[in-house]
Write a protein that binds this ligand. Sequence first.
Ligand SMILES: Cn1cc(C(=O)NCCCNC(=O)c2ccc(F)cc2)ccc1=O
Length: 116
Amino acid sequence: PVSKKAKMRDGGTDELDVCQQLLGELETHQDAWPFLKPVNPKSVPGYKKVVKKPMDLSTIREKIANKQYSCLESFTDDVNLVFDNCERFNEDDSEIGKAGHIMRRFFNKRRAELLK
Ligand SMILES: Cn1cc(C(=O)NCCCNC(=O)c2ccc(F)cc2)ccc1=O
């Protein structure tokens, strides 16, 4: 496979490669289940009022496909939005709250590794 160093040859495509690599790893993580699809406001009372900017991994996948991310930073902002929304709405010691913390730590670790 392409070496990590080569990944950071030039801005554009390489950053997009890193986004796709990271998103794939988030989607297949065992604790990703709360974040795979948009939260259904009908089945989660209060969510619509509390969470002003909903975001989830399938929406991020769609945005990548539609070339809506200009750089790794704009992609990172949406990933962080997923986990910030989660912290806002869920107790830290709840199942979904714990999954959010695990997934955020995993994302930050893998992003740092891929940028080395
Ligand atoms: C991020 N967030 C999610 C929920 C939530 O209830 N989300 C639906 C989870 C139900 N989804 C599954 O159980 C599932 C999904 C995919 C899969 F492959 C297996 C199981 C509530 C508050 C909140 O802040």
